[in-house]
Structures are given as C-alpha cells and as structure tokens.
Design a binder for this molecule. Structure first.
Ligand code: GLC
Length: 725
C-alpha cells in the first residue's frame, strides 16, 4: 500500500463538516457528458451537483470545468474525470486478453504507465481499468477485456496494470487512479451472454473470481467498480457480502466504489427494487459510494435521510471515501494548467516502442509445420490477403475511446515498409470479417499465385467482441473459411494470422494452414510486430491465457478443472458422428468431439525448441508454514535465440474437497541463446497451496502434491512433495 500524509483525514473531516447534504450527494454523482461541458453543466458544477464526469469533452473543457469547481463553487471541491483507458489512451496496446498472452507483468506495467502519462496529460484523473473478471466462456464478448481464465495469472498482470496506472504515488505527474472492475463475478454470465445471471458458490468466488481483485487491492488500487450481474440472487451493485464483508471488512479497502453505468437503477429490472428510490437505498447500504450516470442517489437520498429512513452516516462514509481518493490524487492542490494542448499529441517513440514490443510478445504461434516460419527477408514476393490485413479500426480492438486509426500501422503497411511495395501483392478477398460475398476471391487467388508465400489475415472485426457483443458460434465469420480454401489452391506456403477478441474455433483452417499465428487485436503497432515475427526478427513467445475449445459445444472448458469420478481416458477421443463404432466406456467425454481443447492454457510455440530436464524438489516434504524450491533446467535446443515462459503448476492430490487437476503457481520468462541452458527455480510456500474448504475457510491441508515445471498446462516434468502437519 502507498503511504499518504496523515492530514488527509483531517482535511476530509474538516470539509465534510462544512458540506450540505446536497453537496454530499453531488459528490456521489457521476455524469457522462459525451461532449463539451455546457453552460448548464457549468452552473451545476458551481452548485456542487456533480463530483465526477466521464467522457467529458476536450482537455480544454475539462480544465475549464475544474477551474469552475475549484474557484467558483462554494467549497472548491475538485471534480474527478474518469475515462475508459482500457488498453491505451492515444497509443493503443493489444486488447487485455492479448496482453495477457505475453505473461509479462513488467511490460504490461510499462504499457499502463504510457497510457496513464497520455491520459493525465489530457486531464484524465481516473481510468476504469484494469478489468479483472475471470471468465471460462469465449462466447462472452468481454473476454477480450479480461486477463484470461486463470486467477494466478490475472492477479499478477492486474496488479502490474494498477502499478502502471498509479505509479509510485497517485499525486505524481503521469499517474491516474485505477478502477478494478467489474466487482464481482461478471465473467461467469450464464451462456456467455452479457449481463446474464451468475451463480458462483462462495468457495469458487473466493478461490477464483475474487483473487485478482484482492491482488489489485493489495497493489493499491484506488477505486472499484461494482458490476451489473445478479450474483447468486443479489446484484453485485447491491451486494453487502462482496462490497462490505469482503472488500471493506476483510481486505480493508479504503478507496471508493463506483457503480457501473446505471447498475444502481438496474436493480429495478433485476427485480430486487420496486423503483429507483429503493435501488438507491440498496446500493448505498451495500456500499456503492458513487453512482455512475443514473441519478437515484441525488434524487432520492436527501428525502430518505430527512425521513430518517437512511442514516446520514452512510452518506458521510461514502463521501469520505470519494474525498480520500481526490486528496490522494492531489486534486485539491494541483494548480489549474495555464494552457492545455489544443490537439492531443500523437504517440511518441517510447509509446510506440512499448506498443510494438507488447504486441509482439502477445502473439501466440499455434502451428509451424515444416518450419514454414520465419520467412526469409530475401523472399521474392509475399501475398498479403484477408479482411484484417489492412483494417486499422479492427486492429485496435474493442474499447478504444481516444486511439486514432491514422496512428495504426497495419500488417499491409508494415510488410510494404520492410519488403518494398513491389514485393507485396495485396488482396482483401473479403470487405469485412462478416462479408459473405466471394467477389474478391479471384483477385485473392491471383495474388497468391504470384507470390512465394501467402499471409492470410483473418478473424473478427472489433465490433464482434466487447460489451454486449457475445457470440453463440465461435467460427470465423462470413466466408473466411471459403477464402482459405480458395487461396490454398495456389499451393504456396500458407501462413494464417488471426486477429480476434476471443478464442475462435478454426480447426479446418488450422489443418489447411502451414503456420498459424494468433494476434488477438494487437493495437497501434500490430503490423510492425507481426512483420518482425513473420520475418524472424523476433521469435514468437506468447502463451495462451485462455483455453481454446475445438467447438463451442465444449464450453465451459478450462485447464484448472476438477477430476470428476470418471475422468476421460486417453482413448475417449471424439467418435465421429455416424460412425458404426459403438461408443466405448462410461467416462466423461463427448461422442462427437475429442474431450481435449484445440489448444490448452499456457500453450505457445517458438521458432526454437526448448528441452526441460532435471526437475528438482529441494525437500520431499515441508511442514505447515514452511517452503521449498522446485527447479528444472531449460535448454534452447534449437538454432534461434528466443524467450520461453516457463510455468509452474501444482496439484493437491487429496483434499477435504475436490481440487483442480492443475493450478498455475508461478511463471518466468527466460531468454536463451541456442545451446544455452539455465536452471529456473521457483519457491513454494504452504500458503501458496491454500484454498477455501467446505466451511469457506482459507486452509492448506497436509498431504501429497504433484508439481510440474513445463511449457504449458499439459506438459512438463513432474515431481512430488508432501505437506506435513
Ligand atoms: C460500461 C462498462 C464499464 C465501463 C463503463 C463506463 O457499461 O460496463 O466497463 O467502464 O460503462 O464506460
């Protein structure tokens, strides 16, 4: 936790004692402006009607609004300006799910730092990020914004984002307040349909969904956003168990909670509030301090206090939390900028360098038959084909508020830069990812025929993921699969690059391709990053932060599952429908598809090969409260210098409740030259092995554990140790 001057609390108490009830309710109200701040809004600011704006005008608008708040309102309480700086402000980084594929907390922190620097220069104090929802359902459009399916990985990366946004001190230049969202359980929406019901037993809530939020609070996250979803019958924006018992009483969080957009009054359609007044009472009592967009707090709580129905202390506590963050941000003390840049500056060299490196590290090599990749820079001509080869807006992905398409370097532009336009034949083949017209196919085939290798850029437009954009099918949209078949007729090496906001199902395409790179939506510098990988300047190092199903029918499918009483045996492979063979065995499988995923959590190939040997566990047992180390030697047995993300997994063989077959407990990026070998060592403590038992108590239990060090969640060297009483 960061240290703050003690007098902040004194200043809060002093201010609170002078505020009217209306001014207090004003602080608890956030308005989305969506454009310039009107004269009416300026007048309302003078009267203390608003404590915060999101989506408010230009930098100059925000400076003027802040000047009014500080100089012309009765108490001079500053506004806090929020914005969805989800994966970059002007420089757009890969979508968070792509960033998670880098497994690189330090680089992710740097990217968040760049975003904070750019946003704060534009008068933004507060971002509604990181989004720390765990999800196991790629149908859910917001998986694009998550850091994947695993609580350990999402905790490490989410905490890094918080540190990047907030820096060493909230009031330092270039720092903005983080807002961890959507608290909590939003990613467990039934059917992967956004805003849908969630049922999460407390043990699962604590062991999986709450973990990344706890890590972010420990990293000092200044604010929390309550979610839309009905959590076990109690909407997350009116849930005293999560908002008070866990967040305040257990975690000692002392920042403030903002609702999601209208999520307070959405408790009316949820059916727990008869109207906005009741919704306001539920949210306030549960622990939502600031209401985003809807106005039930301002419109109903004054009367509720005056009638004695609600204790004024609840209002004072909420305002105290809000003022505390404003003081910590230095908003009361920061001078009003004399002048503001008329036009926001384009990305600078540092920003673009971080964006390119993070985009490159986020790309996952899923297939590379016969060493198709990397291509030689001396290759004669490449064909760049597909609806995502030159689509700046799609390349940036969802939740881009201030990024500009004109800043984006697409793959087409990048390959033309590197190889020269004459050596790059281009044909989109399809106008968009959803296009079903084959009118562009002949030109695509012709481009492929004239080339020495084909780079086929497929996937999803950015509009197909993100909020309220769930899909019931995960195939490549439109006629993209047909485009692959058409272009394959040219008989040239076929490299498929997929840009998408989620795992897709593309087994036929992967079978047809010689190589497959998964680039997510890679952001502003996606093109140069992909070109560097394809041409071997750098080897791919990304690892999947989420399981890729073979078909949507396998969902939910995730690596850290329980074993069941009849785990599928190796022979329980998918039995093609219509086969005369009788289904064999009574175990947990499908008749019509293999039970395994298309690509497992943690999976990713390289241009080199890595060999794991000599796993060592420092002791055969450790007492409760003890620790041991697990290490293995990792050698680069190929011909290319490259990074490997070495992963540590454990399995608790017997517990008082069933336990996952694997759990990630460590990872390390190591760079190895050809022939180089390095010992990679992890420390494990008994606390690392803790889980919530049937009584929802956090325990570590004695017994035997398996431990693996390896390249993904399905392979690696296995060791064993025992935890003793
Ligand atoms: C949206 C999203 C949330 C976002 C907020 C402000 O509905 O759920 O993630 O930060 O509203 O735009």
């Amino acid at each position: 936790m960061m240290a703050y001057p003690a007098n902040i609390e004194q200043r809060i108490n002093d201010l609170l004692s002078r505020m009217t009830l209306e001014e207090k309710l004003g602080q608890m109200s956030q308005h989305s402006v969506g454009g310039p701040i009107s004269a009416q809004l300026k007048d309302e600011i003078r009267k203390g009607r608003w404590g915060s704006f999101l989506n408010a005008g230009s930098p100059a608008d925000r400076v003027e609004a802040q000047r009014i708040a500080l100089k012309e309102s009765r108490l001079g309480i500053p506004l806090i300006f929020g914005r969805d700086v989800i994966h970059g402000y002007r420089t757009i980084f890969p979508i968070p799910l792509g960033q998670a594929a880098s497994w690189d907390p330090e680089l992710i922190r740097q990217a968040a730092r760049v975003a904070a620097r750019e946003a704060s220069a534009a008068g933004i104090h507060w971002t509604f990020a990181p989004m720390l929802d765990i999800t196991r359902d790629p149908r859910w459009g917001r998986i694009a914004e998550t850091l994947g399916e695993d609580p350990y990985l999402a905790s490490a990366l989410g905490a890094a984002m918080v540190r990047g946004f907030q820096g060493d001190s909230l009031d330092a230049p270039g720092s903005i307040a983080a807002c961890v969202k959507h608290y909590v359980g939003y990613g467990a929406a039934e059917g992967g349909r956004d805003y849908n019901t969630t049922w999460i037993p407390e043990r699962l809530l604590r062991d999986v969904y709450l973990q990344p939020f706890h890590a972010a609070i420990r990293a000092g996250a200044a604010t929390v956003m309550s979610a839309f979803n009905d959590l076990n019958g109690v909407p997350a924006s009116g849930n005293p168990f999560t908002l008070r018992q866990v967040l305040r009483n257990e975690w000692k969080f002392d920042g403030f909670v903002v609702s999601d957009w209208n999520s307070v009054i959405e408790m009316v359609p949820h059916g727990v509030a008869a109207g906005p007044r009741e919704a306001a009472l539920i949210a306030l009592r549960a622990g939502v301090d600031m209401e985003m967009v809807s106005r039930s707090y301002y419109e109903h709580l004054k009367q509720a206090v005056e009638s004695g129905e609600v204790d004024q202390k609840l209002i004072d506590d909420a305002v105290r939390n809000i003022l505390r963050v404003k003081f910590r941000l230095g908003l009361f003390d920061k001078p009003i900028p004399e002048k503001v840049a008329a036009e926001e500056a384009p990305p600078d060299a540092e920003a673009l360098a971080v964006a390119k490196k993070l985009a490159a590290e986020s790309v996952v090599l899923l297939k590379n038959a016969n060493r198709t990749l990397p291509l030689s820079k001396t290759i004669g001509r490449v064909a760049v084909i597909g609806p995502l080869a030159d689509s700046p807006v799609d390349q940036m992905g969802c939740w881009v508020m201030d990024g500009k398409a004109s800043d984006v370097r697409t793959p087409l532009a990048a390959f033309r830069d590197v190889l020269g336009a004459a050596r790059v034949a281009y044909a989109p083949g399809l106008k968009t990812s959803r296009d079903t017209s084959r009118a562009g196919f002949p030109a695509a085939l012709e481009a492929a025929r004239r080339a020495d290798a084909v780079l086929l850029f497929l996937g999803e437009e950015q509009i197909l993921s993100g909020e309220a954009h769930s899909r019931a099918f995960l195939d490549l949209p439109g006629a993209q699969e047909a485009l692959v078949e058409e272009v394959a007729k040219a008989g040239k090496p076929l490299i498929v690059v997929i840009m998408a906001g989620r795992p897709l199902t593309f087994e036929k395409v992967a079978a047809r391709a010689d190589a497959v790179l998964y680039a997510w939506h890679p952001g502003t510098m996606g093109g140069p990053a992909i070109a560097d990988l394809v041409l071997g300047v750098e080897s791919p190092s990304g690892k999947l932060p989420v399981t890729f199903p073979r078909t949507v029918g396998q969902i939910p499918i995730y690596y850290n599952h329980m074993n069941t009483g009849r785990p599928p045996s190796e022979k329980a492979l998918g039995i093609p429908t219509g086969t005369p063979v009788d289904p064999q065995g009574f175990d947990s499988k499908y008749l019509d598809v293999d039970f395994t995923p298309a690509y497992p959590f943690g999976y990713g190939l390289s241009y080199t090969t890595f060999e794991y040997t000599n796993l060592r566990v420092s002791s055969p047992s450790m007492p409760m409260g003890g620790k041991l180390t697990v290490s293995a030697d990792v050698a680069n047995t190929g011909t290319v210098e490259a990074d490997e993300i070495v992963q540590l997994y454990v399995r608790d063989l017997v517990g008082s409740v069933t336990r996952p077959v694997r759990e990630l407990k460590g990872f390390r990026r190591v760079r190895l030259k050809p022939g180089e070998k390095r010992t990679v060592e992890f420390e494990l403590t008994t606390a690392d092995l803790a889980f919530h038992n049937a009584e929802n108590k956090l325990v570590t239990e004695p017994g035997v554990f398996h431990v693996w060090i390896g390249p993904d969640s399905t392979r690696g060297l296995r060791g064993e140790f025992r935890v003793t009483e």
